[in-house]
Design a protein around this ligand. Structure first.
Ligand SMILES: Nc1ncnc2c1ncn2[C@@H]1O[C@H](COP(=O)(O)OP(=O)(O)OP(=O)(O)O)[C@@H](O)[C@H]1O
Ligand SMILES: [Mg+2]
Length: 276
């Protein structure tokens, strides 16, 4: 047995990988059709268990809605997936090979997990186009790309994204003068510029008009399939309009999971969330 082989036999899979290729995370491997595994996750803040033995599996390409009362742990769950919060126990894998608990926030974003916070964070002084241009540059020498010309491929990607988020007509408009809904779509566009495989979207329709909500439902639905979308939302009309599988979180754990019909008729869900 070579030295490498003998070392390998003493190490777990992820450790072996780190040893062999120190700086590059493995490619996303979704051969089992599951893009995200959260298992036995627990997080306490000052002794309070915000996440309590959470188990959650998201299939590649699905559009999953996560609902649950205030304080159920929905945002904290996203914080764990994106590396913002470290769990006390449990495991979090992106596909078969990527151990999220060993990665920093930027590494996780780089690996293909994009997150949209509730409040839009576009650059108000820049145009829609410039915002997308910056997002496309990612963390790679951002400012130099502002003076450099975009190549044809990047230009096409931006056009594609503009069409997807429905902002083609507003490409030269300053982001600061967009409506709240349009800012949200621009920010989703900026996420898409990074080409994520998994998109986490926290309360996307808060503050939107009915029409903007409808448009957002279409957008998120169209993104699923080629990407995976996890949406946290309180607005039940909106959830109903996009829902396939719905997961109900309560006190940091999964209380119920199923179709909208199953969830709405589940007495435990009615008691803790839908009843009021
Ligand atoms: N950094 C933190 N420090 C202390 N407590 C925290 C922290 N983050 C979250 N919590 C607590 O953890 C619990 C879960 O919060 P979380 O924000 O995940 O809930 P949520 O399901 O997103 O609620 P909402 O629907 O109101 O957004 C809450 O009781 C919250 O106060
Ligand atoms: Mg929240």
């Amino acid at each position: 047995m070579s030295m490498l082989e003998s070392m390998r036999s003493y190490m777990r899979r992820d450790q072996v990988f780190e040893f062999l290729i120190p700086d590059t995370p493995p490619d996303l491997d979704i051969t089992h059709g599951v893009i995200l595994y959260l298992e036995g996750i627990t997080v306490s803040f000052d002794g309070f268990r915000a996440i309590n033995d959470l188990n959650l599996y998201i299939r590649d390409g699905e559009l999953r809605c996560i609902i649950g009362p205030n304080g159920a742990g929905k945002t904290t769950m996203m914080d764990i997936i994106t590396g913002k919060t470290r769990p006390d126990t449990g495991s979090a894998w992106f596909g078969q090979q990527i151990n999220l608990l060993r990665m920093t926030e930027p590494e996780i974003a780089q690996a293909g997990i994009g997150r949209k916070f509730q409040k839009p964070t576009v650059f108000e002084q820049l145009t829609v186009f410039e915002n997308l241009e910056l997002a496309m540059a990612g963390d790679r020498r951002v400012w130099s790309t502002l003076v450099a010309r975009l190549d044809r491929e990047q230009q096409d990607r931006i056009d594609e994204i503009l069409e997807l988020v429905g902002l083609q007509e507003l490409v030269r408009v300053r982001a600061g003068s967009l409506s709240h809904g349009q800012k949200q779509w621009l920010e989703i566009g900026m996420l898409l510029a990074q080409n994520p495989k998994l998109l986490l979207v926290d309360e996307p329709v808060a503050g939107m008009t009915g029409q903007e909500m409808e448009r957002t439902a279409e957008l998120l639905t169209s993104l699923a399939g080629s990407r995976t979308v996890v949406v946290v939302e309180h607005d039940m009309d909106f959830v109903r309009s996009i829902a396939r599988t719905v997961t109900v979180l309560h006190q940091g754990s999964v209380l119920a999971e199923g179709t909208m019909d199953e969830i709405q008729n589940d007495q435990r869900v009615i008691d803790v969330y839908l009843g009021d």
